[in-house]
Design a protein around this ligand. Structure first.
Ligand SMILES: *Cc1c(COP(=O)(O)O)cnc(C)c1O
Length: 392
């Protein structure tokens, strides 16, 4: 059976070039990067090189890049660190209703245990934050604005430069979760003028379990994991050397291949959307209608009368991997906060599937997947108790 992976926003396969770069750091260069002899120094060199590679992908100085255990940790670090460091100034954080749980759940934690007030900005039906809403939400007590660069479910590209400018004019720090944007659009932290930016390697063909935080030079952010002097005393713990080296290589490849990657993703995404429309009726595209304002590989589609989970399971039986819009964590049937916030109609919200294409996706993959999808949708609609009822 053919295997077709259409869930690049969940994670990406690790590229061979990345794995090859990592292997020596488990072998010859296995040393602790803090050790002052050969194997340690070689490991340290790997870190230095990788830091430069990640910095180059976002237009940063390598001194502004701090490796973490994942994107989630980078998000937690900024929110908790700023809340603690700025408590003299205020206790108000502004974010959006459609952030990743790494941001939303950290905000809930800060509310509960640190007395932080959080404003969750609403978005429009395509998932865009209105800059006027941000302006209106900032108060004298606001210490941080955190808004994602690209939404992971519906692919909306937020106007980060404009939003960061508003925060800066009011003297408020600005963070963006760029995990979905990294390697999927050009990013220049100096041009965007953001203070913090979160990244993760496994969404850009690097290894899992390694992320990074960009922190603008001169901005105070206390250490998050306390202990040794690693990461310029900001993030203790012996470095995941091979992971960091793999992240560096993945960042270099992402930088070199950026245009080609975007072009390939957009072409296949368009091809898939056209094919879905040709073969299946009663479908609804969620997120921006303007494909240039969404993640280059993302399609988020609702199929009327049926359940996303059933689609997922039957597609899986046909070798096609996708994710649903409703279950944010497997086993949960909660309605997606992103789909609810963008007012996807209740009648179709449960029939939502996210497809994301990437570097290894081919037209043949799409042909196979949409063929399987149209059969699955047909089958499920035949047995659906609500087929043909009002409400589409
Ligand atoms: C995947 C993702 C994260 C979490 O990154 P991990 O490295 O998996 O912890 C955070 N934010 C967004 C938008 C993501 O897509």
């Amino acid at each position: 059976m053919r295997e077709v992976y259409l869930d690049y926003s969940a994670t990406t396969p690790t590229k061979d070039e990345v794995i090859n770069e990592m292997l020596p750091y488990y072998k010859e260069a296995f040393g602790n990067p803090s050790s002052l002899y050969g194997p340690g120094l070689r490991a340290k060199e790997g870190l230095t090189n990788a830091r430069q590679q990640v910095a180059d992908l976002i237009g940063a100085d390598p001194k502004e890049v701090f490796f973490t255990s994942c994107g989630t940790e980078a998000d937690n670090w900024v929110l908790e660190g700023v809340a603690d460091a700025m408590k003299e100034k205020g206790n108000h954080i502004i974010t959006t209703a459609i952030e990743h749980h790494a941001i939303l759940h950290t905000c809930m934690y800060l509310k509960k245990y640190h007395g932080i007030d959080v404003t969750f900005l609403d978005v429009d039906e395509e998932g865009f934050v209105n800059p006027e809403d941000l302006k209106a939400a900032i108060t004298d007590k606001t210490i941080l604005v955190s808004i994602m660069m690209i939404n992971n479910e519906i692919g909306t590209v937020e106007p980060i430069k404009e939003l960061a400018k508003i925060a800066k004019e009011r003297g408020v720090l600005f963070h963006t979760d760029a995990v979905q944007a990294l390697g999927n659009m050009p990013i220049d932290v100096k041009d965007l003028d953001v203070d913090f930016l979160s990244m993760s390697a496994h969404k850009i063909y690097g290894p899992k379990g390694i992320g990074a935080l960009y922190k603008r030079k001169g901005i105070n952010l206390p250490s998050f994991v306390h202990g040794g002097a690693q990461e310029n005393r900001k993030r203790a713990g012996t470095e995941n050397t091979a992971g960091i080296v793999g992240f560096g290589k993945a960042a270099e490849l992402a930088r070199i291949n950026l245009d080609e990657h975007i072009k390939h993703s957009k072409e296949l995404r368009q091809y898939m959307w056209d094919l879905i429309n040709e073969k299946i009726d009663k479908v609804r595209l969620n997120g921006p209608k303007d494909f240039d304002k969404r993640h280059p590989g993302n399609l988020n589609v609702s199929f009327s009368y049926i359940e996303g989970e059933s689609i997922l399971l039957l597609l899986d039986a046909a070798g096609v991997s996708v994710s649903t819009g409703s279950a944010c964590s497997s086993g949960s049937l909660d309605i997606s906060h992103v789909l609810a916030s963008t007012r996807v109609p209740m009648e179709v919200i449960n029939g939502t599937v996210r497809f994301t294409v990437g570097d290894f996706t081919t037209k043949e993959d799409i042909d196979y997947a949409v063929d399987a999808l149209s059969k699955v949708v047909d089958t499920l609609r035949k047995v659906s108790p609500v087929t043909g009822k009002e409400g589409w």
